[in-house]
Write a protein that binds this ligand. Structure first.
Ligand SMILES: [Zn+2]
Length: 443
């Protein structure tokens, strides 16, 4: 790229930022008195859940300044610390929690039903349209209380996920904070779309297809160059696909750039290859056996079990899940989570939404985890503190603590007693800005 072109692009970037800033300050309709802190808000609620201890702080408040939390504690104490000019949001008798985190989304995916749905999605939608679908998915995800997501590959939409992440960051559209994997890396012929005519050699693919370590290395370097925050690999697809050597190179290149690697793996062999190669998380792990989970424990690899997407599939067509093979698969999925909990494998929340129906139902994953033996507070930690560690933002998100982003949600009821109340989030604040507040209407 020439120098002039580079200057032009950097100017354009600054201009977009300034424009977004002007739009956002204009939209707030508030002008703080001179000398008063920008965006000073006290949010007050019946109780706050401390996700680390699992206990409640009653009659609590949070003081937000700019986009960060400045104070949290008893309302009487917090109000003393906040300036008199601070605006006050009274939420009433509700429970506040940190904004939730989904570590396995596909915001660019609205795949139609049916065996040919994936191919049709690639055939009929432009990448520009895919990006706009992503914006719509991002908004419902945020309104469901998920203020941060790790988007683990964009299902053949080019680099639309990078564009969406940046558009959200620049205030052009509303959505969660995003960590994006871009294209994903799979073995040639071993990922969607399947069944495309061999004559259509240029038909787009759902991931970047590679064969051999050097192609894998090039794919990682390309994706990093185009804005990836993490790398996603497909370690298996029914059977192990990418080789150990291919994944080792992916991990080497990603870790060199300080990026983590997430591996789709459902079979014991695929999990073993990926974990020994050094990936940071196993996605799904549905058929993980004890040996695979022990290996994960010893290497500190996270498990993102993605259960609710399977539950939804079973609920949609229960007749398809009655065979002995299907029942044994569902049982192994249940056992994998139970053994992971017993061994102390780090479990992070991820709902794997890929259709118009699934986006915005992210909190069903927490209920799905409790149905496999996690306690409610363990499921909440999987979607807050543990998730923040996995995505590499432990200082910024995942808890209501001084210095972190003011990403807050509120629900009626007690989520420790009943995890399903998190499926009805009534208030969402992201970075000090109220995204949604339906609590005044009651329930
Ligand atoms: Zn997925």
């Amino acid at each position: 790229m020439g120098v002039l072109k580079r200057v032009y692009w950097s100017f354009r970037k600054d201009f977009t930022f300034v424009l977004a800033f002007l739009l956002s300050t204009g939209a707030s309709g508030q002008s703080a008195p001179i000398g008063a802190p920008r965006n000073a808000i006290v949010v007050r609620a019946g109780q706050i859940l401390d996700v680390r201890s699992g206990t409640y702080l009653k009659d609590a408040a949070i003081y937000v300044e700019g986009d960060r939390i400045k104070a949290v504690g008893l309302a009487s104490d917090v109000l003393k610390q906040a300036p008199a000019t601070a605006s006050i949001v009274e939420l009433g008798d509700v429970t506040m929690l940190p904004g939730l985190i989904d570590c396995h989304t596909h915001l660019m995916a609205r795949v139609p039903d049916g065996d040919d749905g994936y191919g049709l999605n690639l055939l009929t939608k432009s990448q520009a349209y895919r990006a706009l679908e992503g914006a719509a998915n991002a908004r419902v995800t945020l309104e469901a209380g998920f203020t941060t997501v790790r988007d683990v590959e964009n299902e053949g939409s080019g680099y639309a996920d990078v564009a969406l992440r940046d558009a959200i960051q620049n205030g052009l559209v509303d959505g969660p904070r995003m960590r994006v994997a871009t294209r994903g890396i799979a073995a040639v012929g071993q990922y969607f779309p399947f069944g495309i005519s061999a004559d259509l050699s240029d038909f787009p693919t759902g991931a970047q297809m590679v064969s051999g370590p050097e192609e894998a290395r090039r794919a990682v370097r390309e994706q990093i160059g185009h804005g990836a925050d993490l790398i996603k690999v497909y370690a298996d697809w029914n059977y192990p696909t990418l080789t150990f050597a291919e994944m080792q190179v992916v991990v080497e290149e990603a870790h060199k750039a300080n990026l983590k690697v997430a591996a789709h793996a459902t079979s014991p062999g695929g999990i073993r290859n990926a974990v020994v190669a050094g990936v940071d998380s196993i996605e799904h792990g549905h058929r993980a056996d004890r040996a695979a989970l022990e290996l994960m424990k010893s290497k500190g690899t996270y498990l993102v079990p993605t259960l609710s997407v399977m539950d939804a599939m079973v609920a949609r067509a229960p007749d398809k899940w009655t065979s002995p093979e299907a029942r044994s698969f569902l049982e192994s999925m249940r056992q994998a989570v139970a053994i992971a909990k017993e061994l102390g494998v780090k479990i992070a929340n991820g709902s794997d939404p890929d259709s118009i129906e699934r986006h915005g139902r992210n909190a069903e994953e927490l209920e799905a985890m409790t149905r496999r033996g996690l306690s409610s507070i363990e499921a909440i930690r999987a979607a807050t503190t543990t998730a923040a560690d996995l995505i590499g933002w432990p200082g910024d998100v995942g808890a209501i603590e001084v210095g972190k982003f003011a990403d807050l949600i509120a629900v009626h009821g007690d989520p420790v007693a009943d995890i399903t109340v998190l499926q009805h989030v009534g208030f969402v604040m992201k970075g000090g800005r109220v995204i949604k507040n339906e609590l005044a209407k009651g329930r």
